[in-house]
Design a protein around this ligand. Sequence first.
Ligand SMILES: [Zn+2]
Length: 200
Amino acid sequence: MSKTASAMETLILHLTKLPSVGRKTAERLAFHLLRAPKEDALALAEAIRAMRERIRRCSICGNITEDDPCLICRDERRRSDVVCVVEDPMDIVAFEKSEAFEGVYHVLDGCLSPLQGITASDLRIDSLEKRAREGSVQEIILATNPSVEGEATALYLSRLLEPHVKKITRIGLGVPMGGSLEYADARTLKKALEGRTKVE
Ligand SMILES: [Zn+2]
């Protein structure tokens, strides 16, 4: 049984659920929050609450947003006929930092993974197909991660969308195989976009 006071212990347990936070780090963070000015600690709690209450998904692209549709889908200066397909909303953040893309996005919420039991119906593929079927999409850029699953997903989508879209492309090399787009720097992503090739 831990000797730590129970409110402290509860916080530590919640912190250990965060990625790359082990027990030791969680303890350090909890004691930091205890020593910090009370308003700072409460502001953090409030920021978490507000984020969870206000953030939702864009009904068009699946991006995270406070207003639906999201800012990107609503921006008339962007090319709504060029759709970049990504696995995760965090990939949009990475592409936007590169300032190399002026189209719109579609978030899949993952990629096909038979080993983990993730099939097409678990992903936002129906809504992507619907967008493609509507006929106004000129190009679909498949920007799934350069992993085995990401490549398989890109191939699956290219076959599925082929009848509806004239040009289907895959982002170029430069993002290392097995890597994740969210960790790629802006320059690498810009090059990957510029080096995209038509899927035959
Ligand atoms: Zn959107």
